[in-house]
Design a binder for this molecule. Structure first.
Ligand SMILES: NC(=O)c1ccc[n+]([C@@H]2O[C@H](COP(=O)([O-])OP(=O)(O)OC[C@H]3O[C@@H](n4cnc5c(N)ncnc54)[C@H](OP(=O)(O)O)[C@@H]3O)[C@@H](O)[C@H]2O)c1
Length: 272
């Protein structure tokens, strides 16, 4: 889609929830390059300011930053008030809490925080902004899912389950909202070289380098797919891997293979 068509369909404002760093920042930058004004939502003020500055240096669009914790319902309500005066035509829900470790070793509150940010956050923002898009008869929604949504993924159990939630939510509302002119896409990304991903890898030599993508490549493919499909696995190699896992292995075998790899990557956690 050409950038003027993209702006007409998904403008004039995009809101990137979790848009100041990593994949979210890549979305914010790419959308600004396409000509959309961008609202960036995140918690850390300094990172937000830096993100806004680097976008406005490169692209002649308006950027609004909003400090909010998407895992907190009062904070989300304040976000709705701070965006009442603008038409958000594209919502990208990118923020996520990612507890890593054995399920029982992670405090219950951390699992709850992941569900609040990764599930309640998108439900609440989609409900609010899609209602307004529906009244205008157009818009777009992108929910960040993950390849860990496609089968059980040991050591990120709750996170993977929240990402399945996003995938199913996107597919379901994608069908419902198409009648209102709203395109919905779940992006089931594989390993992506964001600062957060890099920092959570204890041993970089154990990473599968051939599967890793840059945030910019993931974002370009995702924005290209909006309107033409409801679920995207970015990257040919990731799609091939997912095909092998789903067609050639039983679910139990697939989970075992992924579990072994996760324990290898995130050692010294020992398998029980
Ligand atoms: N990186 C990967 O390998 C990978 C693979 C598959 C899927 N994904 C998905 O892609 C998305 C982004 O991943 P990423 O690696 O880019 O993550 P990230 O580096 O942690 O960035 C997340 C962004 O969200 C913001 N954020 C996090 N929690 C927030 C909260 N409670 N309230 C408001 N803002 C919040 C962060 O800013 P603040 O910290 O300042 O709030 C940051 O701007 C996630 O949904 C993840 O599940 C990533």
């Amino acid at each position: 889609m050409k950038s003027d068509q993209f702006v007409a369909r998904y403008g004039p404002w995009a809101l990137v929830a979790g848009g100041s760093d990593g994949l979210g920042m890549a979305f914010s930058m790419f959308l600004a390059q396409l000509g959309l004004n961008v609202v960036i939502v995140a918690r850390r003020k300094a990172v937000l300011a830096e993100a806004a500055c680097s976008i406005t240096k490169k692209h002649p669009v308006q950027v609004r930053t909003i400090e909010a914790d998407l895992g907190d319902s009062e904070s989300r309500d304040r976000l709705f008030l701070s965006t009442q005066d603008i038409d958000v035509g594209l919502l990208v829900y990118n923020a996520a809490v990612i507890p890593i470790g054995r399920f029982l070793d992670i405090p219950a509150e951390k699992h709850a925080a992941a569900i609040e940010t990764n599930c309640m956050g998108p439900v609440s923002l989609v409900h609010h902004f899609a209602n307004r898009m529906s009244a205008r008869g157009k818009g777009g929604i992108i929910l960040m899912s993950s390849m860990s949504a496609l089968q059980g993924t040991p050591l990120v159990s709750t996170y993977g389950a929240t990402k399945s939630f996003n995938l199913i939510l996107a597919e379901s509302i994608g069908y419902e909202l198409s009648a209102s002119g709203i395109d919905v896409l779940a992006c089931a990304a594989g390993p992506t070289l964001t600062p957060n991903y890099i920092s959570t890898k204890p041993d970089s030599s154990r990473r599968p380098p051939t599967m890793e993508m840059t945030p910019e490549d993931v974002v370009a493919e995702t924005l290209n797919s909006l309107g033409s499909r409801r679920v995207l696995i970015p990257g040919k190699l990731n799609r091939f891997f997912s095909l092998i896992m789903s067609r050639l292995l039983s679910r139990k075998q697939a989970v075992s293979l992924i579990g072994k790899n996760m324990y290898r990557l995130y050692g010294p956690v020992s398998e029980k």
